[in-house]
Design a binder for this molecule. Sequence first.
Ligand SMILES: C[S@@+](CC[C@H](N)C(=O)[O-])C[C@H]1O[C@@H](n2cnc3c(N)ncnc32)[C@H](O)[C@@H]1O
Length: 251
Amino acid sequence: MRSGRQLETWALDLVPLHPEATVLDAGCGWGRFTWPLIEKYALASSNITCSDSSFGMLQTAEQEAQRRQQHPAFVVADIQSLPFLSNCFDGAMANHVLYHLPDISEGVRQLARVVREDGWLLATTNSDEIRVPILEFHYAALDRLGIDYVSEAHSPFSMENGKQILGRWYREVEQFYFEDETLYHTADEFLARYTTIGRYRNLLTQEDVGPETKRLLPALVREQAEKVIREHGVLRSPVRMGAFVCKRPIL
Ligand SMILES: C[S@@+](CC[C@H](N)C(=O)[O-])C[C@H]1O[C@@H](n2cnc3c(N)ncnc32)[C@H](O)[C@@H]1O
């Protein structure tokens, strides 16, 4: 349960939006940032292009568009090789995606290329400087089950290193932090969130991890959540992420 503030509208408030603006949502996922752009900021959906390297993800976004009766364009595209003309969008978004790219600098260069000279890039990401209970409980459970894991390396694109990376292709990079807290009042709520995280879901697909271990893992995570909730009445998980707004591309 969040405090009620939403990253999407908080971040979209940082960029200049007008109803006729043409916007690329690169690495759009299911369209988390696309829908408020249309429904809250009144951008024409026909001026919005949603791209993602995953065909399956775009299909999900397309189904969501149908459900909402909106008509953005959908394009399968890797951010590192965008199939768009130069200077053709007023703005681009690359939200919670740049850390996936093998060549982040090339991705940022492509985003700078497709946006007009007076346009903008909005890039949200996570902070590396935070301890999140969901991951701590996950790793503690892996320890108890004797499962080997490689501990987290620093993110290749975070609130801490992002400004430097973006500064290679933009003269102006502003940085904004979004801090919040998620409160879990029951272990069920916590577990529902845990079972969506990539680290847990990836482990389920590992053939060298047996079915008994896969069954025990969420049970051990639940046990830890229950302990905290029993002792404190609530499990608090800090949220620390943010956004970069980039202008004046160097090309
Ligand atoms: C964490 S999701 C973020 C989705 C959305 N922007 C959001 O904030 O909810 C990352 C998305 O980036 C996509 N992605 C990963 N690598 C990509 C790449 N090289 N080019 C384009 N999209 C990519 C994934 O398929 C996924 O949909």
